[in-house]
Design a protein around this ligand. Sequence first.
Ligand SMILES: [Cu+2]
Length: 259
Amino acid sequence: MLNWLGMPPAASAHAGEIDQMMVLVHWLMLVLFVGWGAFFLYVLVKFRAGANPKASYVGAKGKLSKSLEVAVAIIEAVLLVFYAIPAWAKRVQNLPPENEAVVVRVVGEQFAWNMHYPGADGKFGRTDIKLISADNPLGLDRNDADAKDDITDINQLHVPVNRPVLVHLTTKDVIHSFGLYEMRIKQDAIPGLEIPVWFVPTVTTAEMRARTGKADYDYEIACSQLCGLGHFRMRGYVVVQSDAEYAAWTAEQVKALAK
Ligand SMILES: [Cu+2]
């Protein structure tokens, strides 16, 4: 139903709700575009100089135009109150509990996305700006007890399918924006703030590749704020895996840490 809008395929539990809103807004815009366009053509002919040598300073009479304006305002209010605000409220109020979700810190920087998983203990280790270096972009203090099992990654967000993912989003330098189009997620990353963002991925990367027939299809993380000269290359990938694949990936990371 959405192909006519050119939307990327949907791959999260709440995507349908966002798409429904987009469809309704586009229908309203189409009706307004056609309606106003037709009205414009009508007045061009009706009030042409040839038929109206003397200008009227009174203007249009009648209630139709006012009723139409009120109707448009009511439709917009309905979209806002019954669709947009409830959908947004779910994003910002119904956060999944941390013990049920996959919790990840995502830290933007010019020009990469750093992923920080709390590891088996479920606690994020201490980070310190003084420890930031080329091979420790998060400034993670590996001497901290909570940090010992933390998993980090760059530009690759591994998540299991059908489980809530709770991202704590922030940035080290300038404002970036975490855009996951198939998940219908977009949130600005602001220095000094940690903003919760959540979604439930419903289609694994492998399944999406099979569905689209594109063997190299990836869920892209696109930085959606112009954040500097390298903005164009600030992209990462969400790798949505089956539970078994995700467990295997986690085990691999744990093994690499032990080395
Ligand atoms: Cu950016």
